[in-house]
Ligand binder design. Structure first.
Ligand code: ATP
Length: 271
């Protein structure tokens, strides 16, 4: 519980510096680069590992950890890097990045090349749940990262990740359901879904997909002693998603105030 409060404060500080970067002298800066299916996030920490700036952009350059538009990804990371360098009045050198669990053999090289080609020196490449846990500090339980394309589940025991799984259901599927139900284009459905004002109304339409995500969690945690589920990832921003997941799984479910920035900040902390 206490670590959730620390996590929430850290994310709140990050949200503030996204709007208004903290321009002060730091010997060095650490950048977390989160190349997601729906969103690319850069989180900048100072020498004391405190948030000083950040930026994010919705983009279609990576799908489930696979770089599908290499040039586009490099340009976007470089653009965000330059934007933040200008705001901070300094050069950003060191960066860490992450991958969905189990994809390192497939695409670890491409992610690494994107970050390096954008002008960073890559200091660490770790899997997403391990990154998120740098901030969550879960010692026993399951970190569930509900992103755009997939839901990643990692089970921790005594602070060690003992199992990881990544299943193909995430925010994209929710948007497809909204597009079908409201006769919206996919883009319009995405936008509608991200507006918190629509969340109460959307929950009824989205309940079956959230139940499906819950059944994936049940399947993947079966046989393990999971006493708590910790939600991260952009899709976990959906209001009351935790209530449905807790009800279906029967496992106490916690989520930070803004679950979308936990992984990028965790990546930066690992830099
Ligand atoms: P993946 O982890 O699957 O590669 P990703 O890293 O891009 O994807 P995130 O950035 O964690 O994933 O989450 C992106 C998803 O979160 C998208 O489907 C997006 O529509 C959804 N999302 C973002 N903000 C909100 C919000 N406020 N409410 C509901 N969904 C949201």
């Amino acid at each position: 519980r206490q670590s959730m409060e620390v996590c929430n404060q850290f994310v709140a500080d990050f949200e503030k510096v996204i709007k208004k970067p903290k321009k002060h002298l730091s010997k060095t800066y650490y950048t977390g680069v989160d190349l997601g299916t729906a969103c690319v996030v850069l989180a900048i920490l100072d020498e004391n590992y405190q948030p000083v700036a950040g930026a994010y952009r919705y983009a279609d350059v990576v799908r489930d950890g696979m770089v599908v538009d290499y040039i586009g990804a490099v340009e976007l990371v470089r653009e965000l890097k330059e934007e933040l360098e200008q705001k901070l009045g300094t050069e950003l050198i060191y960066a860490a990045a992450s991958l969905p669990p189990g994809t390192d053999e497939l695409d670890g090289g491409a992610i690494k090349n994107v970050v390096q080609s954008a002008g960073f020196e890559l200091t660490n490449l770790l899997d997403e749940p391990t990154a998120a846990n740098q901030l969550l500090n879960v010692t026993d339980g399951a970190v569930v990262d509900i992103g755009g394309g997939t839901t990643g589940i990692s089970i921790l025991e005594n602070g060690q990740v003992i199992k990881v799984a990544d299943e193909a259901t995430g925010g994209t599927h929710l948007s497809l359901v909204i597009a079908g139900a409201y006769k919206f284009s996919f883009e319009a459905a995405e936008k509608y879904k991200r507006n918190q004002k629509n969340h109460d109304e959307l929950l009824t339409v989205l309940k079956p997909v959230i139940e499906k995500i819950s059944s994936i969690i049940i399947q993947q945690t079966q046989g393990y002693n999971v006493e708590g589920i910790y939600l991260v990832g952009g899709t976990a921003c959906l209001k009351n998603i935790e209530t449905i997941i807790e009800k279906v799984t029967g496992i106490p479910t916690y989520k930070p105030t803004n679950p979308m920035f936990v992984t990028p900040l965790g990546i930066a902390l690992s830099c």
